[in-house]
Write a protein of this length. Sequence first.
Length: 344
Amino acid sequence: MGEPMWRRRLRRGLVIPAHPLALTARRRLDERRQRALTRYYLAAGAGGVAVGVHTTQFAIHDPRSGLLGPVLELAAETARAARPTAVLIAGICGGRRQAIREARLAVDLGYHAALVSFVGLERHPDDRLIEHLEAIGEVIPVFAFYLQPAVGGRPLDYRFWRRVAALERVVAIKIAPFDRYRTLDVVRAVHDAGRAGEIALYTGNDDHILLDLLTSFRPPGSPRTMRIVGGLLGQWAVWTHRAVAQHARCRRVGAHVPRSLLTLAAQLTDANAAIFDVAHRFRGSIAGVHEVLRRHGLLRGRWCLDPNEELSPGQARAIERIWQAYPHLRDDDFVAAHRDAWLR
């Protein structure tokens, strides 16, 4: 049997937004606006969506919320209608029993791979985490995930990622430690496992998006150049049409990177600092994404499942600053032209 199309597309490199959760003022699922977000991402040119991840709010994985199944199903149904070739990534959380249950749900709903979070498993030894990935991989292909410690991840060394890269059912890795040294650990581990070009490398480093996409990696003694081919990013949940153009531009660049693209990379990082609330260790990151989508009329408010999850002090001013400073990063005209159709 040949390689499935979704995996070929994943290896070539895609823009994959980390899908937010649209809520009403009563903090209930707003299905109309949830669908509109999915339509926006795919109309903007994204190659797929990731649902049930940090940007969707990890609280939906609590069975008491009753939201995980409906949110995954809504995104899958809407995405298939908008673009049948969309690659669907389901966020998986929790211990072994919960993770397997969520993986089976994702398969039943037509998701292609699982982005596996180790949130809540921080004290598990490496052997347990590897076993965890293996167990999930028996149900669904694995999109491994190096999550930064500030939002629930933990440091994981080269030896760990060398073992992950050797797992047959690992098809991609989201590299999001927000740390250049640890990013290189993952790239080198995939190379040393002999799976360069087979495991798709995706940036999750919202502080280094374009530079990750522009960098060629050549491990010592290797004739092979490796690239981070795409991104699975919370930042790409906003201004997605522009993000698709930026991704394409980075992929076209040869050995000589234009200075204008390096300037754009710094501007995007500056914008992300405001949206993701770096000043307060990312506490307002989800609310920041919601605020941008609210300004575009795609969300009615910034509401999160946790009433205490809001913009941090000064974050609204920071977002207003970057909003005025970087109009060329925004999707104003694109969203205005299509918003009513997405909200139908």
